[in-house]
Ligand binder design. Sequence first.
Ligand code: XMP
Length: 321
Amino acid sequence: MKIKEIPADRLDTKLFIEEKAGEIREAVRSGLAINALSGGVDSSAVTMLGHKALGPRLKTYFIDNGIMRQGEPREIASIFKKLGVKVEIVDAKEKFFKALRGITDPEEKREAITQTFYKDVFGCLVKKSRAKYLLQGTILTDVDETVAGIKRQHNVFEQLGIDPQKAFGYKILEPLIQLRKDGVRKVAAALGLPRSVSHRMPFPGPALSARIIGEATPQRIQIVRHATAITEDVLAKIRAFQYMAILHQDRVTGIRDKMRDFGMQLEIRCWDSIDARRGEPTKLSYETLSLLARRIVAEVPGVVSVTYNITPKPPSTMEAV
Ligand code: XMP
């Protein structure tokens, strides 16, 4: 079935929230639902919408998959605590690293994460909580790119002919599926989420593993996490859609302490975009680029080369994997 898009400029947030909360209540009835909060605007909006609809009958989890950014699990749980929403952090680091072991192909990596999330982790949580529904923040862009075969977004099933009830044993509700990112931001603000959440930079479902070319080992995740923290710090005041650090697989010859250092290379990307469908590299100043390179090689052990991507989307995509 074709999904009817609601463009951000035609979105009546109050009406949308009432309608979607009503639909959630109608589907779940007197039962229970769960959802996973990652702190991104999509899952945050779904969390608030679900709580508006179901109150304590929605149980919210933060899945600590070991591939999130620095300090992210606690930071997000504390933001929601202030909003009166209890978030339980689930330690699933080992499960994810085990699933990612030895995988270098981008689509296989996404599939490993999908299976671990939906079968292993949510499967257990659904059994434990006895919920019948999973609420999730799939948006129209996720569906478009998956159906077009560009990237298998980890949260798209029905449009690929996969029935979550059969595959994983629970139903999935997707109240944001008619929106794009700009519409979700409006809904998030209308639901009372702080600007730090409603305007939070997008971050992919496969998290930092989408920013590693080649195998996502705990050590390589740590390198890209460190570089991400520096990149986000340096670019914090830049008005861009999204910025990121990507760890490459190839090594290059460098010099450190007058010795040869066959080291790692990181790529920085910074995007101007409205809805992630198209993107232009941000025209960062030379001083900013230089500061990024200097800080990364000085602070991230083993990195000898930093590059800046100047390719638009398309033909590039925003994430590397
Ligand atoms: P791409 O790389 O496809 O990214 O140009 C477009 C936007 O989508 C985000 N992205 C994802 N988000 N699951 C998500 O929830 C995914 O698998 C995924 N892959 C990419 C990306 O960060 C960008 O904002």
